[in-house]
Design a protein around this ligand. Structure first.
Ligand SMILES: NC(=O)c1ccc[n+]([C@@H]2O[C@H](COP(=O)([O-])OP(=O)(O)OC[C@H]3O[C@@H](n4cnc5c(N)ncnc54)[C@H](OP(=O)(O)O)[C@@H]3O)[C@@H](O)[C@H]2O)c1
Length: 251
């Protein structure tokens, strides 16, 4: 059996990742602030075990407990693979740093960077010594290497996530049965996050028009096809631990 934990699984890319993993050989845990909605019925219909943990990943103090809650019902013995997909993310605040509130900036960095860092660390600790293949996929962004006015916290968080991946990858490469920790940018995907980007004020986000144009010309990638590419990336053993990738360059 394989066990996967997917954060931000209630909609968008995370929901598509969870759906794509609804396979007979998989057990799943979804995390988000919202409930599982239709996903619970869908998993049951496919005979796939899905647990749902409602949590606010912006609450840094609760992150280790969230991971411990996830692992409380995981039996590592029968597993050939255990995976964590850090997908939850927020784009807001879309505004110059000089204009955004401290509270919104903290929230952005908490969800986009602190949560995957702490959840990955807890995952590595809780699976240390396991025989199962251990996989971590951090869903990053092209914004981690390209600066955008109005997205300072988001860009900085994704750049931090990429560097975290590289460092932990190097640590894990040196371990026996070290985890394969990857970071992958998904491209521009048709989700609620893109809707929020198009709804931003052009005064606060000068690149808004580019995203409006990508949408109106039908050039956004679908969540399902992107989820499939992300999973292909995760399972592709040619990518060593610590790799920072962009699915647009791969498939
Ligand atoms: N869409 C794109 O074009 C694009 C491009 C590059 C990278 N990405 C990355 O891809 C990932 C998924 O993005 P998406 O486009 O699918 O976004 P989305 O449609 O807005 O979905 C975001 C997911 O994250 C969850 N989430 C947000 N804040 C949370 C919190 N505080 N605690 C727990 N869960 C939280 C949401 O669930 P709840 O609201 O239920 O909590 C939701 O399931 C993100 O990491 C994003 O940065 C997306």
């Amino acid at each position: 059996m394989k066990q996967f934990i997917v954060t931000g699984a209630s909609k968008g890319l995370g929901q598509a990742l969870l759906r794509e993993l609804m396979r007979p050989e998989c057990r799943l845990i979804g995390m988000a602030r919202s409930d599982a909605g239709e996903l619970a019925k869908e998993a049951a219909g496919k005979g796939v075990a899905l647990r749902w943990i409602r949590c606010d990943l912006g609450d840094a103090a609760s992150l280790e407990a969230v991971m411990e809650q996830a692992f409380a019902e995981i039996d590592g013995e029968g597993l050939d693979t255990i995976g964590l997909i850090n997908n939850a993310g927020v784009i807001e605040p879309i505004a110059p740093a000089a204009v955004a509130s401290g509270e919104d900036l903290i929230r952005n960095v908490s969800v986009n960077l602190i949560a995957p860092v702490v959840l990955t660390a807890a995952f590595l600790r809780l699976t240390a010594g396991w025989k199962a293949k251990r996989l971590v996929l951090n869903v990053s962004s092209g914004a981690g290497s390209k600066p955008y006015s109005g997205w300072s916290a988001y860009c900085a968080s994704k750049a931090g996530l990429d560097m975290f991946t590289r460092c932990v990858g190097a640590e894990q490469e040196a371990e026996a049965n070290g985890a394969r920790v990857l970071s992958a940018a998904p491209g521009v995907v048709d989700t609620a996050m893109q809707r929020d980007i198009r709804a931003a004020s052009p005064e606060l986000f000068p690149s808004r028009e580019r995203f409006v144009e990508l949408h109106s010309s039908g050039r956004l990638a679908g969540a399902d096809e992107t989820a499939a590419k992300l999973l292909r990336t995760l399972f592709d053993e040619r990518h060593p631990s610590g790799s920072v990738l962009d699915v647009r360059d791969l498939y």
